[in-house]
Design a protein. Structure first.
Length: 135
């Protein structure tokens, strides 16, 4: 497993999807593509290429939500649940914000420690594009 200890993120540009280079504290790196393609809408599809082999995941959105809620609701209620540590969840969000900051600054590497409250996603813009297509 690569883990959650992201170090920095760099925006690489856009073809039909936005491309990002993610680096972990251990020096491992990954390139990810995010967003819809011009040809078709592909939510929740992921291809990982490691030193060992490429692996493709196709996540069923409803099942993912159901499984998450099955674990999160008991956790929130203080009755257990198998939830990752909050730091790991927050680190993923901060990495996404570092990618956004990198995009806004022309593609320079942005360390997670450089993310501050000035970097935000526009929820209304998200809803007007991706959110409406997902319905």
């Amino acid at each position: 497993t690569m883990g959650w200890d992201f170090s920095r993120v760099r925006y690489l540009g856009t073809s039909s999807q936005k491309m990002y280079d993610i680096e972990w504290q251990s020096g491992k790196r990954a390139t990810i593509a995010i967003g819809e393609t011009k040809a078709k809408f592909f939510p929740f599809h992921l291809t990982l290429i490691s030193d060992a082999e490429p692996v493709h995941f196709s996540i069923k959105a409803f099942l993912a939500l159901k499984n998450m809620l099955t674990e999160v609701i008991p956790f929130i209620a203080g009755k257990g649940g198998n939830v990752p540590p909050v730091d790991s969840l927050l680190n993923c969000e901060v990495a996404a914000l570092a990618g956004l900051k990198s995009e806004m600054s022309g593609g320079k590497f942005v360390s997670l420690s450089e993310v501050d409250e000035s970097v935000k996603y526009d929820g209304a813009a998200y809803e007007s594009t991706y959110g409406k297509k997902a319905k």
